[in-house]
Design a protein around this ligand. Structure first.
Ligand SMILES: [Zn+2]
Length: 185
């Protein structure tokens, strides 16, 4: 496993644990899928590390940019990238037949469920019925759209590995959540 250093805390970690950043036309770009060419910098998916990395000139130095780099919205960009990844994984699960959605289907799959997700705007009633579900900040509309359906308040993952990947992205999102004002100071 290749090892990289976080620009924030300077810790060395496996590349896959870090978020890859590149630069393009004076902007810091989040390369979440690690596919873009060019010199890269890495940061832990943690608010403290991102905050540290945003300090004056640090990313420009790490990325060997001759011009200063714009990175004020880096926390939001990282959060967006993680959100897109979660929605993509849900879409993938649905296409592979590894996901059920809606109250009745999720209840019928009881015993086969690796992870149950509930929308931010699900009703009180739904929350009571699926008390053990993981609460999301995604809406019914976003969940439905991700799986090519009408709005859905509950989703059930039937695949252990996909459920783990999604749970990992959810943890990452929580760790970098830009809604926390502290991150932006
Ligand atoms: Zn770090």
């Amino acid at each position: 496993m290749p090892i990289r250093t976080c620009v924030g805390c300077r810790a060395e970690r496996e590349k896959a644990e870090l978020i890859r950043l590149v630069h393009y036309e004076g902007q810091v770009v989040v390369d979440y899928q690690a596919k873009l060419p060019g010199r890269a910098a890495y940061v832990c998916p943690r608010r403290a590390c991102i905050k540290e990395a945003m300090k004056r000139g640090r990313l420009a130095r790490a990325l060997k940019s001759e011009q200063p780099l714009e990175c004020d919205d880096l926390p939001e960009k990282i959060a967006e990238a993680i959100k897109a990844q979660i929605l993509a994984l849900l879409g993938l699960a649905a296409k592979a037949g590894k996901l059920v959605s809606g109250w009745n289907s999720v209840r019928a799959a009881k015993g086969r469920l690796a992870l149950v997700l509930i929308a931010a705007d699900a009703s009180e009633n739904a929350r009571e019925k699926f008390a053990g579900a993981t609460q999301l900040w995604l809406t019914k509309e976003e969940l439905g759209r991700a799986i090519g359906k009408l709005p859905r308040s509950v989703l059930g993952l039937l695949d252990e590995r996909l459920a783990e990947r999604i749970a990992r992205e959810l943890q990452r999102y929580d760790a970098v959540n830009p809604g926390d004002r502290d991150l932006l100071r």
